[in-house]
Design a protein around this ligand. Structure first.
Ligand SMILES: [Zn+2]
Length: 290
């Protein structure tokens, strides 16, 4: 049984059940480590405000992951407090981890997809509620379904969503990036385009809407989507004011389908900042989960 399933079952017994089971696990560790080395390192990573009550292994693990993900202190403290109040944070995280791993995979300047990665369930964007700016655009099936649902809702509000770019293969991104470097130099190319393997578009889960420039934000479609996209599982990847975090300029047109569970998780715990949530999940899984 995987540790996640073990924890999922534990959650059926309530939050106290999880705490008890984790405490048992910790006690075993201490028995094997009578010198108390583990306890010492535990104390080193505790924030001051948690010192009043001896934190359980869940709180300690959470603190470590928040630090490794480099979540800003105020946001990290907020998450620690919410997580201490009850099981909601952990339950919502586990719901995300049960989903398709590609919905949550970290793809940024430092983390690349495999060169050969190509989604198996790409479908053509041929349906009615959204428009396409050119032929041959593709998305993964789940993303296309969510796009159609969102576009139908937009249409009901009198707004038309137009898709200008969607899935891009590794080879295509290589062509785009190489051309940008040739035309604008490497520094500008890196700010405005991804190196091959580092583009979220290779996931087949990303759409660039409308004009693909700043004017999009102030269009009816741009405003509608900024307000509503999260309800359909879409998340703005490169928000305004977070250029240093994401490595990209603000892209009001670039949305990634992350699914409703992750969209909710990003909004509820990470102030709507996708990069923070994905980095947190990356570190959580890298550490092997609870
Ligand atoms: Zn894009």
């Amino acid at each position: 049984m995987s540790s996640i399933r073990f924890i999922m079952l534990s959650l059926g017994m309530g939050f106290l059940g999880v705490y008890t089971l984790l405490s048992i696990g910790c006690s075993k560790g201490e028995t094997q480590n009578p010198a108390g080395v583990g306890q010492q390192s535990t104390e080193q990573i505790l924030p001051v405000h948690l010192d009043e009550n001896p934190p359980g292994p869940y709180a300690v693990f959470l603190t470590r992951i928040l630090e490794e993900a480099e979540i800003p202190p105020a946001l990290a403290r907020h998450i620690q407090e919410v997580a201490a109040e009850g099981p909601a944070f952990l339950m919502d995280l586990l719901a995300v981890l049960e989903g398709d791993p590609y919905l949550r995979v970290l793809v940024d300047k430092e983390h690349a997809l495999a060169a050969g990665y190509e989604p198996e369930d790409l479908v053509d964007l041929t349906r009615g509620s959204y428009q396409v700016n050119r032929q041959g655009l593709k998305l993964r099936r789940a993303a296309e379904l969510a796009l159609e649902a969102m576009a139908a809702a937009a249409q009901a509000d009198g707004v038309t969503l137009t898709v200008s770019s969607a899935y891009r293969s590794y080879a295509y991104q290589e062509t785009v990036y190489t051309r940008n470097v040739r035309e604008s130099g490497q520094e500008t190319a890196d700010q405005e385009s991804a190196r091959p393997g580092h583009s979220q578009h290779q996931l087949g889960l990303v759409v660039d809407f409308g004009s693909i420039d700043d004017a999009f934000a102030e269009t009816r479609a741009g405003r509608w989507i900024a307000d509503q996209a999260h309800l359909f599982g879409w998340s703005l990847s490169y928000p305004q004011g977070y250029e240093a975090l994401t490595g990209y300029r603000w892209e009001s047109w670039h949305y990634r389908y992350v699914g409703r569970e992750l969209s909710y998780f990003i909004d509820t715990y990470f102030n709507g900042i996708q990069q923070y949530a994905l980095r947190f999940i990356y570190q959580w899984e890298k550490a092997g989960g609870l």
